[in-house]
Structure formats: structure tokens, C-alpha cells
Design a protein around this ligand. Sequence first.
Ligand code: SAM
Length: 263
Amino acid sequence: MPAKPKLGQNFLNDAQAVQRIVTALGDCSYATVVEIGPGRGVLTHALAPRAGNLIAIELDQQLASQLRAEFSSESLTVVNQDVLEFDFSAVPVEEGKRLVVVGNLPYYITSPILLKLAASHTALDRAVLMLQREVADRVAAGPGSRDYGLLSVTVQMYGPVERLFTLPPGAFSPPPDVHSTVVRWRFAPRFHSLGLDETGFLPFVRKAFAQKRKTLANNLRAAGIAPEIVVQAMTNAGIEPQSRAEALPIEALAELWKRLQVK
Ligand code: SAM
């Protein structure tokens, strides 16, 4: 069956990389593992003997049927669905357990999948994901780096991200146009420990990073916050007036948001 580029079908053909991804997941023998986009099953075959329970979500109906034919229903549950519609919180797990997620992601929906996982964080323990290298760089970047921005802060608010290894296009068939990087994301949301309200802080972060060439103060003013309030809150939070959001660690952004809440 030919690959469908529109569905991001670049199949991994590097056996060593498969082993490294499985190893990066850690012990899954008692866990329910959810694989996003199993495709022709290269990761699925390596995961099935190691996972307590394995669920694979594949949008392509032909590939989903092929997987159902290849695996016994005890070793794999195939869900023929768009992962963006999948309800991670509805997967039955033992009391106190959370899901382990793995996937060589379809790159045309990388950001929506990351946001979906963030929104499902209460059901998730960790994820090992293959992303295009540029996105992995942004997701894992720290303040002051060229790649640090809205995506870095949004993802890292739900837990730390480590870059594990990078693969060239030739590790896939057909080869994508980009290099790919595997990351591990451990879900440990920071909202509570930083004293933040998730629904208030994330929209603020979007405003703070709205325009890269603008200072933080100008972005906040452009978002409708009165200049004197911005200046006062930045001073109280110990942030230099000319700072850009790209230079500030999450803790400083958190402090500023809290100062802006004080009436
Ligand atoms: N895991 C396989 C591998 O490593 O060779 C395939 C990875 S391929 C990069 C991405 C897979 O995601 C394809 O099988 C594609 O059909 C599937 N896919 C694309 N869009 C999807 C979606 N919205 N929901 C679930 N699966 C999707």
C-alpha cells in the first residue's frame, strides 16, 4: 500500500531507533500504552510484548484493518480514529495509574497533538514522541535561546521535556523533508506550585509572546493592559522595562501574571 503524504505517512525504517524509543519509555509492563499513528506497526511490534496493555490510534482505515489482522485482540486494541478526537481520559486504567503515550507523530498536526496531550494531562504519565527537529527544539528550549517562545512555555507548563536523539530523513520511508527528534515529556503540571490559574495564565502567555520583535511591555499594552499597570507590575516582579518575553523564565512570567492580578 503506497504511503499517503497528506496523512504524514513517513514510516520509520531504523531498527535501532525503534529500540531507543521503546527504551526511552521505561518499564511499561504494568502500564496502558497509547500509540499515536501506528502506521505499518514498526513501533507497535516492539511495544506489544512489553506493554501491560496497548492501544493504537490510527486514522487511516486501511492501516487500521491491517493492524487488526496482524495482532491478536488481546495484545492490541486498534482504534480507527483521529487522535485529536480521542478521549485519553476515558481509557480505563487501574486506580492511581496514568497512561504512557508514544508516537512517531504525523507532522502536519504536531502542535494540535501537543496541545491535546497538554489538555489531557491528568490522564497521562509520560510521552515519548518523534517530532520534526525544529519543533522539538522549540518545545524543549529554555529562556534566552532563539527557539524559546509560546510553544516552549505552553508545553513546559505541563512538565519537563528532554530532547533524546535526532534522525536524518533517510531513517524514514518515504523520507520527510526535515530531520526528526525524539523527545520525552513527563507530565507534571506547574500551575499549582507556581500559584497560577491555568485558564488565566496561558492566555496571558499568548499575549506576552504575541509579536517577537516587540518588548514584553509593548505586547501587553497592545493587548489592552494600561501602560502604567504594565510598568508597575513589571517593576514589582523585578523585570527590566525593556525585557522581551523570550528572555524570561517561566517563574518570571508567573510572577508578572500574579502582579497583574492585584487590583
Ligand atoms: N508509527 C509509524 C512509524 O513509525 O513508522 C507511522 C508513523 S507516520 C509518521 C504517522 C502515522 O499517523 C501514519 O500512520 C498516519 O496514517 C497516522 N495519522 C495521520 N493523521 C492521524 C490522525 N489525525 N490521527 C491518528 N493517526 C494519524
